[in-house]
Design a protein around this ligand. Structure first.
Ligand code: SF4
Ligand code: ZN
Length: 302
């Protein structure tokens, strides 16, 4: 197979676009997809300070890599969950990447914060991903706001977005559908959130990371087994295999045909929050969920 741009031997086939690229032309294609996402949704500006949420996996390190290559002021943020045999290895990869790119990195140590994820799970008995997601969201927002970043960027890709869309549509979760999209505007003390990789699949990102030599952390979190989002990804992959281009059509169709009707609901449905008296985070409760969690764990002496 030949590269569509230059006619040399192709290294990456993109079935959804009925095309293939050699290594260098694939990098050009990839960066154009990111630039298009940024431009179409006015995600970022060159003078802004961007906080990139990094887990050590291919998506977040690739996002960080591309943003740095494109000349953005992008600082990494790693929330060290303190999951045995997992978090430490992820941290090593991130630190090595930051050093190799001379990029700024912020690390939040959940042990020091008093809420390492295994302890939180033991205490609450809740499903791991739901508590973990809540804790990570808190620190992403909190660090972005308190350290005066303009935007928080995450490595969500087309697979993440379409599997979430499918799950939300199957249950008509209007509240979640309203919030779904490549950009979430700022509200209260929450900074603007963007997903510059939303046009790219996991496969394309894995190919980019591999060809670019990004040394990412490939192990799955031990708590991800049986997670429902993996099932929805699997079903989307089956559809994509039989009908290449389904994921992009599905998501672009949602953004063009349904999102405009949902955007006005965003304002109506957004609950009005006040600020936590202990940490200043927006909350509907007298004290925010994370400050409550810290107190409970401290009292329980786990
Ligand atoms: Fe957290 Fe779940 Fe992701 Fe593991 S799989 S890092 S528990 S959200
Ligand atoms: Zn608080």
């Amino acid at each position: 197979m030949k590269c569509r741009r230059c006619g040399q031997e192709a290294e990456v086939e993109i079935r959804s676009h009925h095309t293939a690229f050699c290594r260098e032309c694939f990098f050009v294609y990839f960066k154009r997809q990111v630039q298009r996402a940024i431009k179409d949704w006015q995600m970022l500006r060159k003078q802004e300070r961007i906080l990139v949420a990094v887990s050590g996996g291919k998506d977040s390190l690739t996002l960080w890599d591309v943003l740095l290559d494109l000349g953005y002021d992008a600082t990494g943020l790693f929330v060290d969950l303190k999951i045995d045999g997992f978090s430490e290895k992820a941290k090593e990869k991130i630190e090595a990447f930051a050093q190799s790119r001379k990029a700024k990195l912020i690390i939040v140590d959940l042990e020091k914060e008093g809420i390492p994820i295994p302890k939180v799970m033991k205490h609450t008995g809740k499903e791991p991903c739901s508590v973990c997601g809540q804790v990570k969201r808190y620190y992403f927002n909190h660090i972005a706001y308190t350290q005066r970043f303009h935007v928080l960027a995450t490595g969500h890709n087309l697979d993440d977005e379409t599997s979430r869309l499918l799950a939300n549509l199957l249950r008509w979760q209007m509240f979640y559908l309203v919030d779904q999209g490549p950009v979430l505007p700022p509200a209260n003390r929450l900074v603007k959130k963007v997903k510059p990789l939303y046009r790219l699949t996991e496969y394309e990102i894995a190919a980019y990371a591999f060809l670019k030599g990004i040394d990412y952390f490939a192990e799955r979190c031990p708590f991800s087994q049986g997670a429902t989002f993996l099932k929805y990804k699997h079903y989307m992959n089956l559809l994509e295999y039989d009908f290449p281009g389904t994921k992009l059509d599905f998501y672009q169709g949602f953004l063009k045909k349904m999102k405009p009707f949902l955007t006005p609901l965003q304002k109506e449905e957004a609950p009005i929050a006040h600020l936590c008296p202990q940490c200043g985070y927006p909350t509907l409760a007298p004290v925010c969920g994370i400050c409550r969690l810290k107190e409970e764990i401290k009292k329980a002496g786990i």
